[in-house]
Design a protein around this ligand. Structure first.
Ligand code: ZN
Length: 505
C-alpha cells in the first residue's frame, strides 16, 4: 500500500468568561438552566437595536494572543457573516473576517493562523419529533475562534494541542473551556495525500515547504465537527484518516464536505457539502465602530498581566523540584493538586527526598482518596470544582516529614492520611493517640528482641549459623509484637547485633 501523509488543521471555539454578552449587557451565565432569562432586544435581534463591543472579551483574546507569541492587531473591525438558521434570528453572525484580533504565534509547536472574536448562536433543543425550542441565553455570548495552520500530522498531536489550549484558556481565566459543556468545541480539517517517495520519510514532513504545497494540492479537505472531548478528537481523526485512505485505495475520491461524529457508531458521517466563504457574504458591520487598539489603556502592557503559563509551570516543576513528566503533568493540569503540592513543599525546594515523597503521596494516595470521594476528580476532561479535602497542605507536610524521618511506617502514613483526609488535624497527635509512632528507641525494643529470640530459639540458631533469610522471620515476629509500630530497619540491626552477625545485611 502506498504511504499517505495526514494533514490536519484545527478550529477551536471557546466561550469567553465575561460578565455580560459580546454586544449587550445581558448576563453571560453558562450555568443558567432556565431558558430565555438572559436576553434583551439586542441579542434577540430586534430591529433598530445597536450593538456595543464588550472590551473585556477583546482583552481576553488579546491576552491569549500575547501568550501565544502572536501579532496583535492594531486596527480591527467586525463583519457580518450571513446565514439562515433558527438559532440566529438576525440572519447573520457578527464575526471577524479580514482583520482578526490576533495573527500568528504558536502553541505546542503548532503554528497558529489567527484568533478572532465573534458571538455565539442560540441553542436549539429538540424535545420530540414535532417539538423544538430555542434558548437564547447563549445567543451573543462572546466566542473566541482559534485556527491553526494545517501542520498537524497525527490524531495524538491534535488532541495534545487541544489539551494545551484548554490549559492556557483556564490559566488566563479566559474560558472554563469544559468540552462536555460546549464551552470549548473542536473542529478538525482533515486530508490525506499520497506521499511522494522523496517525502516518504517522516523527518521531511512539514518542513519541506514545496513538498507540503504539492501534497496540499492532492488531498481534499474534510471538516469534522462536534468533537466534544479529547478522546473524541483523537478517535474521529483516526477514523477519518483511515476512511480517506481506504476510499483512495479503492480508487475513489474524497468529497469536500462537513462530517459529524457519531459516538454510538464510533464513526464520522456526512452532514453537508462544505460552503465556501463567499457564500457567507461577509461585509463590515455598519453598526459597529472600527477599533484602533493602540489608544486603549485596557489593552496596554498585556504581557505584564499574564500569569505563569502552563508550559512555564511544567518547566519550573521539573527543574526546581526535579519532578518526573507524569507528576508535573498532573500538577500543571489540576489547579487544586498543583497548588496543594506547591504549598506542601514551600521552603523545602532543596530537600529532594521530601519533595519526591510529597509528590508521590499526592499523586497516588491523595488522588485515590479524592477519586473515591468524587469520581469527577478523575483527571482529563474536566476539573472537579468541589473538593472534599480537609487536611491542609501544612498538616500534610508534617505527615510527609514524619514519613521521611522514619517516625511512622508507610502503612501508618496511609492510615493517617485516610483518617485525616476529610477531617483535617495533626498527623502527629493522631499517630500518638493511635499508637502509630514507630518505636526506634532501642531500650524499649531490646525487650521485644529478647522475647522473640527466646520464643524462636531454633530460628535464632539458623541465623547464627549464617542463614540470613531467617532473620526476616524474627523481624516479622517483632513487628507483630509491637503491632507494626516498630521501625523494621532498627529491629533488623538489633537482631543482627544480638545474634553476632554483621549488620550490613
Ligand atoms: Zn442581550
Amino acid at each position: 500500500m502506498a504511504k499517505y501523509l495526514p494533514t490536519i488543521g484545527l478550529e477551536v471555539h471557546a466561550e469567553l468568561k465575561t460578565r455580560t454578552k459580546m454586544f449587550c449587557d445581558s448576563r453571560n451565565d453558562p450555568d443558567e438552566k432556565r431558558p430565555n432569562v438572559n436576553i434583551c432586544p439586542i441579542c434577540m435581534a430586534h430591529p433598530g437595536t445597536l450593538p456595543v463591543i464588550n472590551k473585556a472579551a477583546v482583552r481576553h483574546v488579546l491576552r491569549v494572543g500575547t501568550a501565544l507569541g502572536a501579532t496583535l492587531a492594531d486596527f480591527t473591525e467586525f463583519d457580518r457573516k450571513s446565514y439562515f438558521y433558527p438559532d440566529l434570528p438576525k440572519g447573520y453572525q457578527i464575526s471577524q473576517y479580514k482583520y482578526p484580533l490576533v495573527s500568528g504565534g504558536s502553541l505546542n509547536g503548532v503554528a497558529i493562523t489567527r484568533v478572532h472574536l465573534e458571538e455565539d448562536a442560540a441553542r436549539n433543543q429538540h424535545l420530540s419529533a414535532t417539538e423544538s425550542v430555542v434558548d437564547f441565553n447563549r445567543a451573543g455570548v462572546p466566542l473566541m475562534e482559534l485556527v491553526t495552520e494545517p501542520v498537524i500530522t497525527s490524531a495524538k498531536q491534535a488532541s495534545d494541542f487541544a489539551r494545551e489550549l484548554q490549559l492556557l484558556l483556564r490559566y488566563l481565566g479566559a474560558s472554563d473551556a469544559n468540552m462536555d459543556k460546549g464551552e470549548m468545541r473542536v473542529e478538525a480539517n482533515i486530508s490525506v495525500a499520497k506521499a511522494p517517495d522523496m517525502l516518504a520519510s517522516a523527518d521531511t514532513r512539514g518542513t519541506d515547504a514545496e513538498g507540503r504545497e504539492k501534497m496540499q494540492t492532492l488531498g481534499t479537505k474534510v471538516e469534522v465537527k462536534n468533537l466534544n472531548s479529547f478522546k473524541v478528537v483523537e478517535k474521529a481523526i483516526e477514523y477519518e484518516l483511515a476512511r480517506q485512505v481506504k476510499e483512495l485505495e479503492a480508487g475513489g475520491t474524497i468529497r469536500q464536505e462537513t462530517r459529524g461524529w457519531d459516538d454510538a457508531k464510533q464513526a464520522t458521517y456526512s452532514q453537508r457539502e462544505k460552503q465556501s466563504s463567499h457564500d457567507y457574504r461577509y461585509f463590515p458591520d455598519p453598526d459597529l465602530p472600527k477599533l484602533k487598539l493602540s489608544g486603549c489603556p485596557e489593552f496596554a502592557n498585556l504581557r505584564e498581566t499574564l500569569p505563569e503559563l502552563p508550559w512555564e509551570r511544567r518547566e519550573r516543576l521539573k527543574t526546581v523540584f526535579g519532578l518526573k513528566d507524569e507528576a508535573a503533568e498532573i500538577f500543571v493540569g489540576d489547579h487544586f493538586l498543583g497548588s496543594f503540592f506547591e504549598e506542601t513543599v514551600k521552603g523545602k525546594e532543596g530537600e529532594k527526598g521530601f519533595v519526591a515523597l510529597a509528590a508521590n503521596y499526592i499523586t497516588s494516595d491523595l488522588m485515590a482518596l479524592m477519586k473515591a470521594e468524587d469520581p469527577r476528580a478523575d483527571l482529563g476532561e474536566d476539573e472537579a470544582t468541589d473538593r472534599l479535602i480537609a487536611i491542609t497542605p501544612a498538616e500534610f507536610a508534617k505527615l510527609i516529614c514524619m514519613l521521611a524521618d522514619g517516625e511512622i511506617s508507610s502503612r501508618a502514613g496511609k492510615d493517617i492520611l485516610l483518617a485525616l483526609f476529610a477531617t483535617g488535624g495533626s498527623p502527629r497527635a493522631y499517630a500518638e493517640t493511635n499508637g502509630l509512632m514507630q518505636k526506634s528507641d532501642e531500650g524499649t525494643l531490646s525487650v521485644v528482641v529478647h522475647d522473640v529470640i527466646t520464643a524462636n530459639e531454633s530460628v535464632a540458631a539458623d541465623v547464627r549459623g549464617g542463614k540470613l533469610a531467617a532473620l526476616q522471620f524474627l523481624v516479622g515476629q517483632a513487628m507483630r509484637e509491637t503491632k507494626g509500630s516498630a521501625n523494621p530497619a532498627v529491629l533488623r540491626k538489633m537482631f543482627a547485633e544480638k545474634l553476632g552477625i554483621t549488620s550490613d545485611i
